[in-house]
Design a protein. Sequence first.
Length: 212
Amino acid sequence: MKKIIGIMSLLFACVGMSAQDFVGYSNRTTVYETYQPAKVTLTTGKVILQKQANIFLKNGRMLFKNGHFDMEANMAQIKAVEFKDRTYVRVDTILATVVDTVGVNRILCRTLIDLEAFSKQKINDRVLSNFQMTDMQVSATTVDSYDGDNVYPLFNEFFFEIDGKLVLPHERVIRRMLPKKQRSRLDFYMQQPDFSWSEKASLRLVLELFEK
C-alpha cells in the first residue's frame, strides 16, 4: 500500500510532464457556488448520502456542511464522490473528475487553483498565509474569506487510468506503453493541427489505442 501511495505521489510531483492547462478564473474556491447533494463511496464500500457537499479548489478535497461550519473530509476514507452532473474519484489525496471512459480505461482531470500564479497577483500577506491550513478541517470563515472580490486562476491537469494504473498523457510515456502497430497511429494523431494533450477529444483518441 505504501508503495502505491508513493507512486501516485510521484506522479503528482511530475507536474511539468503532465498536460496542465490554464482554464480561466474563478471568484470562489469551490466547484459549486452552493453546496450540493452527493453520493459518497467510502473505501470500505459503504455508500452514504451527503446532503451538502462541495469540492475545494485549493487542494481538490471534499467539503461538507456540519451545522454552520464547512468541514474538510478525511480523504483517506473516500473512494469516490458522485454529484448530479459529475463523478469524482480519489487519486492519492485529490479528487479527480472522470472526464471520459473507453472500456475499462478512463480519462481523469483535476481542477485546482494555481497557487503560484495566485501569489504573483500581489494578494496581501494575510490572505496568502490563510492557505496554510490543517489537512483535517477548515472553518466556514476560512473558506469564505477567499471568496468575494478575489480572483483565482485555475488549471486543469489531465491523466489516464489504464488497466488500473495512472499514466501521464505525455508522448514519451504513451509511446513506451503502446504496441508497435499503434505507434504510427499516435504519430498521425499528433500531426493533426487540432491535437492537444490537454483536450478531451484528443485524449480520447489516444486512449482508444489501448482498446483490446
